[in-house]
Design a protein around this ligand. Structure first.
Ligand code: SAM
Length: 214
């Protein structure tokens, strides 16, 4: 097991039971991202760093004509996701695996390219997040979109709130990527993609979409 996997297991081992309840108030924008996925019928959708499987359940119910796949580096999170998906009766529609965002292989789900790929509050936990972003883009099908929801720069929020939030997040090895928009623009330019951004709640949340033409 890699150091990153050991660390994630250590962070989450006591939290999987309370994760969804405790994160609901502050992992904002996730449902907005899911609503915007709009995969083609029969399309392939991938969540990178799927955690407890909460997003995959919401997405599979919202888009019943697409196929969903998710992976996570943490085995404790992945075990939780397996039970979440089974309880929702969605094991036929959602496939799970263990993998690392920075280097997941093409045979992880036997699918070369995905119509939609999303990162939800995952890039802020991956030290080599720029590498993960590049790797994901390389797996995007023509006409596909890569979507991101994560912490923003909190530029328009009170400084004291920003400081406290960052101290709190650091306890969980979460670091908002203040240059996310610049990096996404650079990725878009290098790969010939169209990029769209939305800042929500004073920059608390950042949503982005990178689209590949068909
Ligand atoms: C804050 S949680 C978000 C989970 C889920 N996406 C959500 O929105 O509820 C971040 C997840 O990313 C996973 N993760 C961290 N580093 C990873 C990596 N290198 N590859 C894959 N998953 C990773 C963690 O194990 C954790 O489940």
């Amino acid at each position: 097991m890699s150091d990153a996997a050991v660390l994630m297991d250590r962070i989450y081992v006591w939290q999987t039971g309370i994760y969804d309840l405790t994160r609901k108030p502050y992992l904002l924008g996730r449902d907005r991202l899911i609503a915007s996925l709009a995969p083609p019928d029969g399309g392939q959708v991938l969540e990178i760093g799927c955690g407890t499987g909460r997003n995959l359940v919401e997405a599979a119910q919202r888009w019943p004509h697409a196929n969903f796949h998710g992976f996570d580096i943490s085995s404790v999170m992945l075990n939780k996701a397996v039970s979440t998906i089974a309880k929702a009766g969605l094991s036929w529609q959602v496939e799970l695996a263990r993998g690392d965002a920075t280097c997941f292989p093409t045979n992880l789900f036997r699918i070369e390219q995905f119509d939609r790929i999303f990162f939800s509050y995952t890039l802020s936990m991956i030290p080599a997040w720029e590498q993960a972003l590049d790797h994901a883009v390389s797996r995007l099908a023509p006409g596909g979109a890569l979507m991101i929801a994560d912490f923003g720069d909190q530029r328009d929020l009170p400084k004291s709130f920003r400081t406290l939030l960052r101290r709190w997040l650091a306890l969980f090895h979460v670091e908002p990527r203040d240059h996310l928009e610049d990096v996404i623009r650079d990725v878009a330019a290098r790969h010939g993609l169209k990029a769209d951004f939305v800042r929500l709640y004073g920059g608390y949340t950042f949503l982005a979409a990178l689209r590949r033409s068909s």
